[in-house]
Design a protein around this ligand. Structure first.
Ligand SMILES: NC(=O)c1ccc[n+]([C@@H]2O[C@H](COP(=O)([O-])OP(=O)(O)OC[C@H]3O[C@@H](n4cnc5c(N)ncnc54)[C@H](OP(=O)(O)O)[C@@H]3O)[C@@H](O)[C@H]2O)c1
Length: 351
């Protein structure tokens, strides 16, 4: 079965996703009877391309890696001003392919989750499915967008928004039917966990952050990580989806990590404790992202570097912990791929 895809955003995650699709082409075909074809790509400063017969996505990724533009690639239409996100989505909607998916990976906007929310809304209104790694839509507009998706009989999936490729939303939805999530606490930001681990070992703040930027793990604006906004956006997304909350990241009490956290991290370590940035929410409690000194036997205390974990408090299963010991771009790209496969499975009896 053919799936046409339009990529809105073609940065670190978008390009890794395009390459992963290429690497997994044979397996997708054999195991899921799924052929993915990228027909549109839109960016902010690197142009955009649309070709109903498919874009050479590897050439596109190489061009953008080198700082070049998508304009003029094998495109039927391109737009140097990058104003054509809606056009690329509208073109996808006209595709005769049985599956049409908008893959949204633009930058996180912490003020209001835009323009990602508009991209998702427009795609659903145009009867495309949507997968995204952007936290904005679920953190600011989950209930509106999921109800629109239901009305349009389309999918709005965002597994990559929290803990990269490790299943969180899919796990609760697919593998824990009937279980009520009462609350959660966890470490959900890789950049600050890497920095805190480095600081407690005596390293400096600047180089620890620089490493996360080099690896493409830090947000394009790293203050979103270190000021706790990324973790607050994930907390809001988790609370909206799993606790049926109606909050935005601005409702989450928030702390961050800075050069001054070094002293605190080392004092904690001398006491046999670990300083970690802990996100938490529960029904009836204030959602928060706080620096907390954790005792050594807390399951979150042992998480080092880019590791993340979430512990859910549930009604029927007690506490359920999910951890991700290795984070990275491929994991986030896999989350998008897992959502694409989920859409394929919904169309047939695949299990
Ligand atoms: N990196 C990770 O490890 C990771 C993990 C989980 C989730 N995420 C999320 O995934 C998303 C993408 O992350 P990333 O690391 O790929 O970011 P990135 O490298 O900064 O790429 C962002 C992409 O979005 C494009 N873009 C921004 N605003 C746009 C607009 N208004 N219209 C069209 N395109 C626009 C950019 O175009 P230009 O380059 O031309 O400006 C770029 O192609 C973010 O929301 C992030 O929070 C990232």
């Amino acid at each position: 079965m053919l799936a046409d895809l339009a990529l809105i955003g073609f940065g670190n995650v978008g390009r890794r996703f395009a390459r992963l699709l290429d690497e997994q082409r044979e397996q997708l075909q054999q195991k899921w009877d799924l052929t993915c074809r990228i027909t549109g790509i839109a960016t902010r400063r690197h142009g955009s391309s649309y070709n109903p017969d498919g874009i050479d996505a590897m050439a596109a990724a190489t061009a953008v890696d080198a700082g070049g533009s998508l304009n003029g690639l094998d495109a039927v239409r391109s737009d140097a001003r990058g104003q054509s996100n809606r056009h690329v989505i509208d073109q996808l909607a006209r595709s005769p392919a049985p599956i049409r998916i908008v893959v949204e990976t633009t930058t996180l906007d912490i003020a209001a989750g835009q323009p990602a929310i508009d991209h998702v809304r427009h795609a659903l209104e145009a009867t495309c499915d949507v997968v995204t790694a952007n936290k904005g839509p679920a953190a600011f507009a989950y209930h509106e967008l999921s109800s629109l998706a239901r009305n349009q009989r389309r999918s709005f999936l965002f597994e990559g928004a929290v803990m990269d490729g490790v299943p969180i939303f899919n796990l609760v939805r697919e593998a824990m039917p009937g279980v009520r999530i009462l609350g959660f606490r966890g470490i959900v930001n890789s950049t600050t966990n890497h920095i805190l681990t480095a600081l407690e070992e005596g390293a400096a703040f600047g180089p620890a952050l620089a490493r996360m930027q080099e690896e493409g793990i830090a947000e394009a604006d790293p203050s979103l990580d270190v000021d706790g906004w990324d973790a607050a956006a994930k907390t809001a997304a988790l609370a909206n989806v799993l606790l049926d909350a109606r909050i935005t990241p601005h409702d989450v009490e928030r702390e961050g990590v800075g050069p001054g956290s070094a002293t605190l991290a080392q004092i904690a370590r001398k006491k046999g404790l670990r300083l970690r940035l802990v996100a938490s929410a529960a029904a009836g409690a204030q959602p928060s992202v706080r620096l907390v000194e954790l005792p050594a036997d807390d399951p979150l205390a042992g998480l080092r570097g880019t590791s993340n974990a979430l512990i859910f408090q549930t009604d029927m299963l007690g506490r359920v912990a999910v951890s991700q010991l290795d984070g990275g771009l491929t994991h986030t790209a896999y989350a998008l791929l897992s959502d694409v496969i989920a859409i394929r499975r919904r169309l047939s009896s695949f299990v």
